[in-house]
Ligand binder design. Sequence first.
Ligand code: ZN
Length: 141
Amino acid sequence: MHIEPKPGRTFIGRFEAGQDLLAELNGFCKQNNIRLGVFNLIGAVRNAKLGYYDQEKKQYTGCVELNKKLEIAACMGNISIKDGEIMVHAHITLADMDGNAFGGHLMPGTEIFAAEFFIQELIGAELVRGKDGKTGLPLWQ
Ligand code: ZN
């Protein structure tokens, strides 16, 4: 499935150190009523929590906890509707001082050191998440 929305507002800015990265993204989108969109973000974190979805068990397992200061080499995702609310889905790649990379599904518990974001709102259509039978994931219907 797919839709063909139009570009809406664009936002560029940064989030404050010490805040939770996923909570800041969700909060910003809710405050600005961004119901559909895409974003990217770079910066650094003081620690990170990443999810991994087990395709056999059909659930998030093995939450990766990284208790170190890391660069956000890339963080990207989308914004849509789940259970009637605005929901950010974000993936992140983090790099350590040796250039090693870690990645996964961004979970609550990732503390910002610095975070510069760009958000592109999309308008004229809506994507709503609902449980997908094949994957067990809340996918776009
Ligand atoms: Zn994900």
